[in-house]
Write a protein that binds this ligand. Structure first.
Ligand code: SF4
Ligand code: SF4
Length: 306
């Protein structure tokens, strides 16, 4: 699982057409792993086949956010409070807002709009996602199931984790899927992180287990070294515990270079940064830009000279 390039389209992103075009672009550019919401997983596989690509060349990952996790949240605007100033629209990189409405299928629950609203007109709420359990009964290629954890209640974490593993064991397509734990340590010290990850690995049984070190959740659009340094630091810590690591959260153009300098053998998941990178480019420039970014990233990740 080291040296791989992962496209993260967002657990909350259920806009099938948008996700399909992103996956096709980054598949042609050389991405290895696609991390998409459960409802979009079947249609991206159909689109790849229609375009003559082989599903065996890619790792398909879908996610489940345990109760309270940031990635399972959505935003809504109270129309009675909203002053239609559109500040929220300006900060939403998913293009989900047309005040006073928010397109739920596009919202990824990042909370940037809530922070931008001076009138406190935006609420963030937990969205229940039954799509995940429906996907488990479908005939799709599901290499990895990612469980998002960014809450502090250890009891809920363990109960939810056991529930998911049980569902995978009974499923049609995820009986042998790897487990990726997308872990944000906001609520945990190093020693508590070590203990909880050890427990989750134990609960995963014989399944391959990888940790997605979510260092600076949903902040990849902040393209600075400061925006990604925490992610690399957390990845180093997780690696020191003996796990395979995928970096995520705040991953941008500096991440692969920093990981290389730190001697961190890992994979990287890019979300908002690469989605933004190509969105305003003319079609003929999109693939060229994406290919160059994948090439450079994989070269840095796989350079063993340091
Ligand atoms: S920032 Fe707040 S007040 Fe302004 S349009 Fe958005 S929700 Fe309405
Ligand atoms: S800014 Fe984030 S939380 Fe707000 S609507 Fe856009 S995607 Fe959703």
């Amino acid at each position: 699982m080291n040296g791989k390039f992962k496209l993260i389209t967002g657990l909350g992103n259920k806009d099938k057409n948008k996700v399909k075009s992103l996956v096709l672009l980054w598949a042609k550019a050389g991405a290895d792993i696609f991390d998409t919401s459960p409802i979009t997983t079947p249609c991206i596989q159909e689109a790849l086949i229609e375009n003559g690509l082989n599903l065996d060349d890619f790792d398909f990952c879908t996610s489940y956010a345990i109760v309270g996790d940031t990635h399972g949240k959505k935003a809504k605007i109270d129309p009675l409070i909203c002053k239609m100033c559109k500040k929220c629209k300006d900060v939403c990189i998913e293009g989900a807002i047309e005040p006073p409405n928010i397109d739920k299928s596009k919202c990824i629950g990042c909370s940037h709009c809530k922070k931008a609203c001076e009138y406190n007109a935006i609420q963030i709420y937990d969205d229940t996602d039954e799509d995940f359990f429906e996907l488990l009964e479908k005939n799709v290629k599901l290499d990895t199931v990612e469980i998002h954890i960014s809450i502090k209640d250890k009891k809920i974490i363990k109960e939810e984790f056991k529930k998911i593993i049980k569902a995978l064991d009974r499923s049609t397509c995820a009986k042998n899927s790897k487990i990726s734990v997308c872990f944000n340590r906001t609520f945990f010290s190093n020693s508590k992180t070590e203990k909880i990850l050890a427990k989750l690995k134990e609960l995963s049984g014989k399944r391959e287990f990888v940790v997605q070190a979510d260092g600076n959740s949903m902040n990849g659009a902040n393209n600075t070294i400061a925006g990604t340094i925490e992610t690399v630091a957390f990845g180093l810590f997780v690696k020191s515990l003996g796990y395979d690591v995928i970096l995520s959260g705040g991953c941008n153009e500096y991440t692969a270079e920093l990981a290389k300098k730190a001697g961190l053998n890992c994979s990287i998941g890019f979300g908002s940064f690469i989605r933004k990178m190509t969105e305003n480019l003319p079609d003929d420039e999109k693939l060229k830009t994406a290919k160059e970014f994948v090439r450079k990233t994989k070269e840095l990740l796989n350079d063993k000279s340091c």
